[in-house]
Ligand binder design. Structure first.
Ligand SMILES: [Zn+2]
Ligand SMILES: [Zn+2]
Length: 139
């Protein structure tokens, strides 16, 4: 699959049977819709379905960030803002092929969710450190 930002080929990263596509150049991550749900669920983050539905059905955010195309169907994706104070701006395919996170945004999202749903700290912290290792490792 090709990165929607820099058009480089992405690499597939497998974690607990969840496959995600990762761009080594811009550190962005592509999740198929079901894969993000599995990732959140497998780490004790509750109300995943409601949360995802909320994102998928949310209004398009106004942003100066460049529009990106879905790496699966090639159509323009919509931008959606998640979170309160630290706003995370992600790109979603209108056909729900998946979600695009710029470098660091997955970690921001997990921290946001972790704050909302405090229990099961250990597994969540493991996940966060895993993601930091994979996605934000210094070169
Ligand atoms: Zn890229
Ligand atoms: Zn698509």
């Amino acid at each position: 699959m090709i990165c929607p930002v820099c058009k480089d080929a992405m690499i597939v990263v497998e974690y607990h049977n969840i496959e995600l596509d990762y761009c080594n150049s811009c550190k962005g991550v592509w999740f198929d819709t079901g894969e993000l749900e599995l990732l959140l669920e497998s780490h004790g983050i509750e109300e995943t379905k409601t949360f995802l539905d909320g994102i998928l059905n949310s209004q398009e955010a106004v942003s100066s960030e460049k529009q990106r195309n879905c790496p699966i169907c090639g159509r323009k994706m919509k931008k959606t803002a998640i979170g309160g104070q630290t706003e995370i701006l992600i790109d979603i395919c209108h056909d729900e092929h998946g979600l695009w996170f710029d470098g660091g945004e997955v970690t921001q999202l997990l921290r946001h969710l972790a704050g909302k749903h405090p229990p099961e700290r250990d597994s969540r912290e493991q996940l966060i450190s895993f993601l930091e290792e994979v996605f934000e490792a210094p070169q």
